[in-house]
Design a protein around this ligand. Structure first.
Ligand SMILES: CC(=O)CC(=O)SCCNC(=O)CCNC(=O)[C@H](O)C(C)(C)COP(=O)(O)OP(=O)(O)OC[C@H]1O[C@@H](n2cnc3c(N)ncnc32)[C@H](O)[C@@H]1OP(=O)(O)O
Ligand SMILES: NC(=O)C1=CN([C@@H]2O[C@H](COP(=O)(O)OP(=O)(O)OC[C@H]3O[C@@H](n4cnc5c(N)ncnc54)[C@H](OP(=O)(O)O)[C@@H]3O)[C@@H](O)[C@H]2O)C=CC1
Length: 286
């Protein structure tokens, strides 16, 4: 099966980046979001990202135009019927994702592969709500999608070798390096990364050091490109909290308990860059 048309669902920071790299690799992209404003913001974000590449001389203006021409904003989910592959990038909630996958299973043609960009949720459980569990797979891009080379590919219990092969080849076509991992909470990336971020939040919560000092230690001492609190704001504090809750619930070990300060910020609507405020304050959410 040749994958020609991809629907990306959720036009947030991940979905807009996935739409951009998919269109840049020559695929036709249908971009859908539940909210029209989020869809417009997603298109604005990826247009800005492509514009930056043009300014830096890394992309010709005509290429930018043709990439944008391959991305069709879709107000209706029904257009998933045109897709060979759906990549879901909505909020990190099992309830929202399973509701969506049930609908997609009804709407999509029999050959269509359903992939999820989930950061931590079990692929097997998402697949189980569909009648096509052999065609459901995790395709976990990293943020910012146009820059980061990794795609974690996660097989559910029933994912077929054929579907795995298609997704691995597609990740390579998008210029990414696929790495296969098994279906456990947080996979590899967030099993390792998120407890580090959570522990950094605890050091602020317990008064070990100020947020700037924590970030400086990790940047200058460990050569991390961003400090853990800066990175948490970049990922989104709501997403970080969801991931910690999934690690805590799924692995049942108290070492994964989310820091109360993280919960407090999320409850206050301080979600990081996307809302203009998290551990730090930002001018623009784009
Ligand atoms: C939560 C999960 O489930 C999994 C995850 O994704 S965890 C998060 C993983 N990501 C990280 O850890 C990111 C860590 N941070 C970094 O690597 C870097 O800080 C960064 C790449 C984001 C920015 O790098 P920088 O050197 O500070 O900035 P800058 O020089 O402006 O940008 C470097 C390149 O990235 C691009 N870039 C930066 N931010 C971007 C964005 N949001 N979207 C698209 N491109 C972006 C720039 O255009 C630039 O591209 P070129 O090299 O082609 O010119
Ligand atoms: N942030 C990160 O660094 C990474 C995140 N991920 C994963 O990617 C997914 C998306 O994360 P991210 O892009 O950061 O989140 P965002 O909050 O930036 O974007 C999510 C988007 O999905 C929309 N949405 C919510 N529910 C639905 C629905 N039922 N149908 C269609 N659209 C919907 C939201 O609309 P609205 O805002 O209007 O509610 C929003 O525009 C999550 O599963 C996350 O765990 C994976 C790798 C890295």
């Amino acid at each position: 099966m040749a994958i020609q048309t991809v629907m990306v669902i959720g036009a947030g920071q991940m979905g807009s980046g996935i739409a951009q790299v998919a269109a840049a690799s020559g695929l036709n992209v249908l971009l859908h979001d539940i909210a029209e404003a989020s869809l417009h913001q997603g298109i604005a974000r990826l247009t800005k990202s492509l514009g930056r590449s043009v300014e830096k001389g890394k992309l010709a203006e005509e290429e930018k135009t043709s990439i944008l021409g391959r991305i069709l904003p879709c107000a209706h989910l029904d257009q998933a019927a045109q897709a060979d592959l759906v990549i879901e990038a909505i909020i990190e909630s099992m309830e929202h994702k399973t509701t969506l996958f049930k609908r997609l299973d009804d709407l999509c043609r029999p050959h269509t592969i359903l992939a999820t960009n989930t950061s931590s949720l079990p692929i097997t459980e998402i697949a189980a709500v569909t009648g096509r569990s052999s065609q459901v797979i995790g395709m976990h891009f990293m943020n910012p999608v146009p820059v980061m080379p990794l795609v974690e590919i996660i097989r559910g219990l029933e994912t077929s070798d054929e579907v795995f092969g298609h997704i691995r080849d597609l990740a390579e076509r998008m210029g990414k390096t696929p790495v296969e991992v098994n279906d456990f909470p947080g996979f590899v990336s967030n099993r390792v990364l998120m407890p580090m971020i959570n522990e950094a939040i605890y050091t602020v919560y317990e008064g070990v050091a100020a947020r700037e000092a924590v970030d400086k230690v990790m940047k200058l001492g460990m050569n991390h490109p961003m400090g853990p609190l800066e990175l948490a704001d970049f990922i989104g504090l709501d997403t970080c909290l969801s991931i910690m809750e999934i690690l805590h619930g799924g692995l049942g070990d108290s070492k994964y308990r989310p820091c109360p300060l993280l919960r407090k910020y999320v409850k206050a609507g301080r979600l990081g860059r996307k809302t203009g405020r998290g551990f730090y304050t930002y001018d623009s959410s784009l």
